[in-house]
Ligand binder design. Structure first.
Ligand code: ADP
Ligand code: F6P
Length: 321
């Protein structure tokens, strides 16, 4: 293996740049030529490939977003698009590709390897933490940190007005951002898709809190359940309450990567290079019990993500009055 490529695909996440940094610097260290592909699979189809040097990745390790740009690319699901993507790789003599993205992007990597013989390694870049084979995905720690800082700010204003605030957070169908943010911010109520939306229970909790004199509450709702606006409207219909709602939105994907995401990014990027140097393919990288692991892509994607019920229960217990 002499030439490898790296791309970021799907939703961006903090820590992607740290992974790119490591793939480039560690790749060069191993005597490889490293090529950056712009805008995910779309750039591969359009031939947007640039040779990277050590200075291409200077001063990016901390930055949110991705210097390679990202895209969602429906054409990659078609045979025509896939053939164009492979032609680009062949034209540049790129034999191995590091794909940084979520499970959708991993499916693209799988197609490139099984149908076209390109060696591919996946790095889980998504704030959602929705991949079962790894304890954490790149960006989850940073996005959750944005949420807990936002909750803290909302708390200041909600508390002095005796208000309840429903805060909607990202995660697609996964409740991890909401649940871990609730646990570490002291949010009174958390609603996640894996457990469900118990309006009666929420109204009972808010009523009990009001009786004991606690008028300010933070309710975190994962976007996979419904909107914050909807929850606020449902509660307002059932009780007399001073309530507001806010959707944090894409702010969760911005800002510097946390220490944990930088560490995860560089460790995973380095492992990806090692695997390609060994001639491995169809592997995805993860972290389990603080050890960097790699696993067969099909086995990894077949695993079904379960919520950690003990974390959910603890988040609820700690805020009982
Ligand atoms: P994520 O990688 O964050 O899960 P998406 O599900 O949007 O995001 O997938 C990102 C991109 O991966 C898609 O736009 C497409 O280019 C590619 N992709 C997804 N599924 C497949 C597939 N089954 N075959 C080929 N490419 C795919
Ligand atoms: O998968 C990451 C994510 O941020 C999800 O949490 C969210 O549902 C989605 O992407 C938003 O997608 P877009 O950036 O295309 O609006």
């Amino acid at each position: 293996m002499k030439k490898i490529g790296v791309l970021t695909s799907g939703g961006d996440s903090q820590g992607m740049n740290a992974a790119i940094y490591a793939v480039v610097r560690y790749g060069l260290e191993h005597g490889l030529e490293v090529y950056g592909i712009q805008s995910g699979y779309q750039g591969l189809i359009d031939g947007k490939v640039e040779k990277m040097t050590a200075s291409s990745v200077e001063n990016i390790i901390h930055r949110g977003g991705t210097v390679l740009q990202t895209a969602r690319c429906p054409a990659m699901k078609t045979e025509d698009g896939q053939k164009k993507a492979v032609n680009t790789l062949k034209r540049h003599g790129i034999e191995g590709l590091v794909v940084i993205g979520g499970d959708g992007s991993f499916n693209g990597a799988k197609v490139l390897s099984t149908k076209y013989g390109i060696k591919t390694i996946g790095i889980p870049g998504t704030i959602d933490n929705d991949l079962a084979y790894t304890d954490f995905t790149l960006g989850f720690d940073s996005a959750t940190s944005v949420v807990i800082n936002s909750v803290q700010m909302l708390r200041d204003t909600m508390a002095c007005n005796g208000r309840t605030c429903v805060v909607e957070v990202m995660g697609r169908n996964c409740g991890d951002i909401a649940m871990y943010a609730a646990l570490t911010s002291g949010a009174e109520i958390v609603i996640v898709p894996e457990i469900g939306y118990d309006l009666d229970g929420i109204v009972a909790r808010l009523t009990a809190n009001a009786k004991s004199g606690k008028m300010d509450n933070i309710i975190l709702v994962a976007e996979g359940v419904c909107s914050a606006e909807q929850v606020a409207a449902d509660i307002k219909e059932r009780m007399d309450i001073n309530i507001r709602s806010v959707a944090l939105g894409h702010i969760q994907r911005g800002g510097n990567a946390t220490f944990q995401d930088r560490l995860l990014g560089v460790r995973m990027g380095a492992r990806a290079v090692e695997l390609l140097v060994q001639g491995k393919t169809d592997r995805v990288i993860g972290i389990r019990n603080n050890a960097i692991i790699d696993e067969d892509i099909v086995e990894a994607l077949a695993k079904v993500k379960q919520i950690d019920k003990s974390v959910y229960d603890l988040a609820n217990k700690l805020v009982e009055y």
